[in-house]
Design a protein around this ligand. Structure first.
Ligand code: ZN
Length: 259
């Protein structure tokens, strides 16, 4: 562009110099640096937005404040997958259980492997799968004492506030066992054959334990709570799941975890 501008200046200069030929070498015309062509910026992997940062109304008991990273009582915000986007989990898990369709193949493989193991064949159950934000609100707020007993923080140790449960994504199953139902959603589930089998095998099918014992996220140990993230980063359906859980997986890794 500067070369063109210089060319436009030449005729008047020529008049002033009478257009006499000269032996002096023409001064070098500075070569303009080409303007960078518009290219896509390099893809930088960053953590997703932490979510809203303002105060949150909770259980009609006033407002509470998120931490700077968007968490509410240690729980990250999660989208609520609409029921129409979910599918029924295999009926062998018992009860009504809706899950994200992306996990269907891995879940089927997991159940087939479990059924092939005489130690737990036919005993895996699903205690809870997708939970809507409305249901999570009932669950969380219902656990706050009517007389004001029980703080939000105490409640959040074992139950995520509405809008902050991994269950709302559809990627999570709370597994249980038919052989020791009293241990379903209890710490003793870890010692059941089903709990031990999941710990040893679930990651092979893309499931990882979100809240391992002693997790730094300071959420109760939940050996029954497994989120699906795909067996690899490029597996079908895995990128969206891994994107949703990126904050949690990066800062508070699961154990067992999926690489
Ligand atoms: Zn759970």
């Amino acid at each position: 562009m500067r070369r063109t501008a210089l060319a436009r200046l030449l005729p008047p200069l020529c008049i002033l110099a009478s257009c006499a030929p000269t032996t002096a070498p023409a001064p070098p015309v500075p070569v303009p640096t080409p303007a960078p062509s518009p290219v896509a910026p390099p893809r930088i992997v960053t953590l997703p937005p932490a979510g809203p940062t303002g105060p949150v109304e909770l259980c009609e008991r006033g407002t509470v404040q998120r931490t700077a990273d968007g968490r509410l009582f240690n729980h990250f915000p999660y989208p609520d997958m609409p029921a129409t986007a979910l599918i029924d989990a295999p009926t062998t898990l018992g009860g009504s259980c809706k899950v994200h369709p992306a996990m269907a193949d891995d879940l089927a493989r997991l159940l087939a492997a479990a059924d092939a193991d005489p130690a737990i064949a036919g005993t895996l159950r699903a205690v809870s799968c997708h939970r809507s934000e409305a249901l999570q609100r009932q669950t969380f707020c219902g656990g706050i004492g009517a007389n004001g007993s029980g703080s939000f923080a105490e409640r959040a140790w074992a139950s995520a506030p509405p809008g902050h449960s991994e269950h709302s994504t559809g990627y999570v199953i709370d597994f249980g066992t038919s052989t020791a139902p009293a241990c379903n959603a209890e710490a003793c589930f870890a010692a059941t054959p089903a709990g031990r089998w999941l710990r040893a095998n679930a990651a092979r099918f893309g499931f990882e334990m979100s809240f391992p014992a002693g997790n730094r996220q300071q959420v109760k140990w939940e050996p029954w709570h497994w989120r699906w993230v795909g067996t690899t980063a490029s597996a079908a359906g895995a990128p969206p799941a891994r994107s949703i859980f990126l904050q949690a997986r990066t800062r508070f890794p699961a154990d067992p975890k999926v690489d």
